[in-house]
Write a protein that binds this ligand. Structure first.
Ligand code: S3P
Length: 429
């Protein structure tokens, strides 16, 4: 396992960068391009390990996919022409590939075996196997299909009206994709709106889909038509630099061409709520996804209570928000975030343990954490636990201490941000 010494103390961040393409949108562009008839060209694709797992899965089903850096061309004859993979499909670390793919595969007339890495093998899959079984899917796996490895005997499904019991865009999307390949109307309802890239992009591919409040209806067995997708910068990756600029003196950074979809911009709202100097300039909208620039300057953050409907809009940003809270004036409380337990690590545990090791005063609760501000961070031996967002949080934390932080298992950062350290280096002065 690789170890990196991170020591960026007392540095200032200045300049403009673009972060890599959005992970959620990159996955979906490959998936929908593979289900559509024709040629889909994806630009600014995130060539992180998770999205490469999605490409490999569809190549295994006979789709022709070529990649030249951040440009991916998907050529498919449509969903009905996909073929049965010869080998088990390796999903790596990618929960999004797993949950969305299971929806698609359940409706195809073939047999599939899915497996993943040690982290993915521990993550719950019953959240997607349950609704798919309600549609008639034949799925089996470890602990009755709760965990990978999982086998699917795909076939004809029935449409469903499903109310998701948890706040999960992956579950919503997996059911909608099964519905897309099934005769009749499938409806997915959620209590709190989660990211809606599936809805936006399916419409761009010509699907018969409507959204009313928190309810999405897809009319199944309508062919998709290939279209070109430009992937916006990933706001979840930008978040690390936005926080970094806010907590270091004399900093000003501009992150260009970031996705500003309302279901993802909770980090902007939290930074504003905590008194960070942030400006957003929306520039254009492509395929239902707004894109713009975000500028953050050094600030004196104040604590906040963060709970309720904003949580799905910041679910991937909570590790770096927790780091910001250690530098705020007062006590920050994060609630209603039990979904953190089901990420690449249990992120309540991994964030709390890591920030404690770095000298912060932070405690775990059942559904979040309580963080005391004005912490003086120190060097320590830390571990990403194989979780890319914990690894990047640790690197940003090192801006706040003169002591060196040893980061064990830094390589996992490539899951969502292969050039993270190069981009950080570009902003550091
Ligand atoms: C994602 C949804 C979220 C998020 C993940 C990507 C997606 O997961 O944490 O990084 O692309 O749909 P959940 O649906 O499990 O909340």
């Amino acid at each position: 396992m690789s170890i990196k010494s991170v020591s960026f103390n007392r540095k200032t961040l200045n300049g403009s960068i673009s972060v890599p393409g959005d992970k959620s949108i990159s996955h979906r562009a490959v998936m929908f391009g593979s289900l559509a008839k024709g040629k889909t060209t994806i630009t600014n694709f995130l060539a992180g390990e998770d999205c490469l797992s999605t490409i490999a899965a569809f190549e295994a089903m006979g789709v022709k996919i070529t990649r030249n850096n951040q440009t991916v061309v998907v050529e498919s004859a449509g969903a009905s022409e996909l073929s049965e993979p010869l080998e088990p499909i390796n999903l790596g670390n990618s929960g999004t590939t797993a949950r969305l793919l299971m929806g698609i595969l359940s409706a195809l007339p073939y047999h599939f075996t899915l497996y993943g890495d040690a982290s993915l093998t521990k993550r719950p899959m019953d959240r997607i196997t349950n609704p798919l079984r309600e549609m008639g899917a034949k799925i089996d796996g470890r602990e009755n299909g709760r965990f990978l490895p999982i086998a699917i005997r795909g076939g004809k499904l029935n449409p469903v009206h499903y109310h998701t019991p948890m706040k999960s865009a992956q579950v919503k999307s997996g059911v909608l994709l099964a519905g897309l390949l099934t005769d009749g109307k499938t409806v997915v309802e959620e209590d709190t709106k989660t990211r809606d890239h599936t809805e936006n992009m399916l419409k761009a591919f010509g699907a018969d889909l409507s959204v009313e409040g928190n309810s999405v209806t897809v009319n199944g067995n309508q062919p998709l038509t290939a279209c070109d997708i430009e992937v916006p910068g990933d706001i979840s990756s930008a978040a690390f630099f936005l926080v970094a600029a806010a907590i270091t003196p004399n900093s000003e950074v501009k992150i260009e061409n970031v996705g500003l979809n309302q279901t993802r911009t909770g980090i902007i709202d939290v930074l504003k709520l905590m008194g960070v100097d942030i400006t957003v300039e929306e520039k254009r909208t492509i395929g239902g996804e707004p894109i713009g620039d975000i500028i953050v300057k050094s600030s004196k953050p104040a604590a906040a209570t963060i709970s309720g409907d904003i949580i799905p809009r910041i679910i991937d940003e909570i590790p770096v928000i927790a780091l910001l809270a250690t530098q705020a004036e007062g006590t920050t409380i994060i609630k209603d975030a039990e979904e953190l337990k089901f990420k690449e690590t249990d992120r309540i545990e991994s964030v709390v343990n890591t920030l404690q090791a770095l000298g912060a005063e932070i405690e775990a609760t059942n559904d979040g954490m309580i963080i005391q501000g004005n912490a003086k961070l120190k060097g320590a031996e830390t571990n990403s636990y194989g979780d890319h967002r914990i690894g990047m949080m640790i690197a940003i934390a090192s801006l706040l201490t003169e002591e060196t932080i040893e980061l064990h298992d830094d390589k996992c950062i490539a899951v969502s941000y292969p050039n993270f350290f190069e981009d950080l280096d570009e902003l550091l002065q």
